[in-house]
Design a protein around this ligand. Structure first.
Ligand SMILES: [Ca+2]
Length: 107
């Protein structure tokens, strides 16, 4: 009985690791903004679609961890086009965005 249990556990862990790996591969871009940098933001996905920072945006406290504050003048993060970002199907995008009090008053 114990060998059967061990085999089932091994098969289950193998299937689980394959599912987790497939899920990670579908994430094509993830910036945590938790590491203050001046030039390049590391993409934490397996695709490494790193972004280039320009305009000197300010680092500050975010919804979760750190954030970047853009001045609406010249601040930006540019991610070069890559095969993994050639989206051809429906995708889910998520971001925490705080437009600031000035913009909220104009709505
Ligand atoms: Ca700027």
């Amino acid at each position: 009985m114990k060998p059967l249990l061990l085999i089932l556990l091994t098969v289950s862990l193998t299937i689980l690791s394959v599912l987790i790996e497939a899920q990670e591969d579908s994430l094509v871009l993830y910036f945590s903004f938790d590491e203050e940098v001046e030039e390049e933001i590391k993409d934490l996905s397996v695709h490494r679609n790193h972004g280039k920072v320009s305009g000197k945006p300010k680092w500050g406290k975010g919804k979760l961890g750190q954030s970047l504050a853009f001045d609406a003048v010249d601040d930006q993060v540019v991610v070069p086009t890559t095969e993994s970002l050639a989206i051809e199907v429906a995708i889910t995008m998520m971001a925490w965005v705080n437009p600031g009090k000035e913009l909220l008053n104009d709505w």
